[in-house]
Design a protein around this ligand. Structure first.
Ligand code: PLP
Length: 304
């Protein structure tokens, strides 16, 4: 990763190298943390954070599931985030806010420990080139089952949920695929390891309901709103593994990866094997909105 200059930790702006934690930090041993990933984009009116309030709201909801008491109000965290971006002199960047049970008492119960919050930001670099992206990524259905809604709070962006994601992602990469799709215990498609999934058939847009265990993604919600504005019908339906193979278009959505067309799943070509017309239209509109070139959804940008 590209190192930046400053990281905010519990109210203090520290030099990058000094933002350290104790090895006996509770969150490190038991996964008792929650986090957010937020993108800042360069727009004609200056840099802007995309759906900043929605990300902060989700950070508070995630913390609620884990009985976390934050010592900072949403406005204080928002101010601190802007300070971090400015202190690092960043334009397009990725912001990571993490709240975790800290050092103090090391047993399964995290409650005796202070909840710390850290805010970092670093320069964003595309991990897959756009021209490659038009070809569509290759996915596999993971042998790992998605953690169940009765096992973990799946609405929360909890650190511990990502052990499941990491296993699925590693399996995909080691098997020569780009990413995994996870099914739930009922055999229904949930999402990819770090992205929601959308599917298109006969001009209708589909996505699995949140009750499958999918994260209520902010990019997912953005695509739903953009589709509604374009009068594209959207259905929230359970989808089985082999149904995936018969869709005309499939794409993934997430803050980090934005809109990613899918070319193949389990070695089966999806539609024409490259980006389809509806995916292209939604991706273009999404790009225009985040980069401030469209007034379609005016209040999604917070200018720094
Ligand atoms: C498991 C999972 N699903 C979906 C998403 C997409 O969510 P968002 O669009 O809010 O980034 C993410 C993002 O990190 C994720 O980790």
């Amino acid at each position: 990763m590209i190192e930046s200059n400053k990281i905010w930790l519990d109210g203090q702006m520290l030099d990058y190298q000094d933002a350290r934690i104790h090895v006996l930090t509770h969150g490190l041993h038991y996964g008792t943390g929650v986090f957010e990933g937020i993108r800042s984009y360069a727009t004609p009116r200056g840099n802007a954070l995309f759906r900043f309030d929605d990300h902060i709201r989700r950070l508070y909801n995630s913390g609620k599931a884990y009985f976390m008491h934050y010592e900072f109000s949403p406005n204080e965290l928002k101010r601190a985030t802007v300070e971090v971006i400015k202190a690092n002199e960043l334009n397009e960047c990725y912001v990571r806010i993490i709240a975790y049970y800290g050092y103090g008492k090391l047993g399964v119960n995290p409650l005796p420990n202070r909840v710390s919050i850290a805010i970092s930001a670093w320069q964003w670099t595309e991990h897959i080139k756009k021209q490659d992206l038009d070809q569509g990524v290759h996915l596999m259905v993971s042998s790992w089952e998605k953690i169940g809604i009765k096992s973990m709070p799946t609405h929360a962006k909890g650190v511990a949920n990502y052990a499941n994601s990491a296993l699925a992602r590693m399996e995909a990469l080691k098997s020569g695929f780009d990413e995994s799709i996870l099914l739930n215990s009922n055999g229904y498609v949930v999402e990819a390891s770090a992205e929601n999934i959308f599917l298109v058939k006969n001009g209708v847009l589909y996505t699995p309901p949140i009750s499958t265990g999918a994260l209520e993604g902010i990019t997912r919600d953005s695509i739903i709103e953009i589709a509604k504005k374009n009068r594209i019908e959207i259905r929230f339906e359970n989808i089985t593994r082999d149904e995936l193979y018969y869709f005309d278009e499939i794409f993934l959505t997430g803050t980090a990866s934005e809109i990613v067309p899918v070319g193949h799943i389990d070695h089966r070509k999806i539609g024409g094997g490259s980006i389809g017309p509806i995916t292209k239209k939604l991706r273009e509109e999404f790009d225009d909105i985040v980069r401030g070139r469209s007034e379609l959804v005016g209040d999604w940008l917070t200018f720094l």
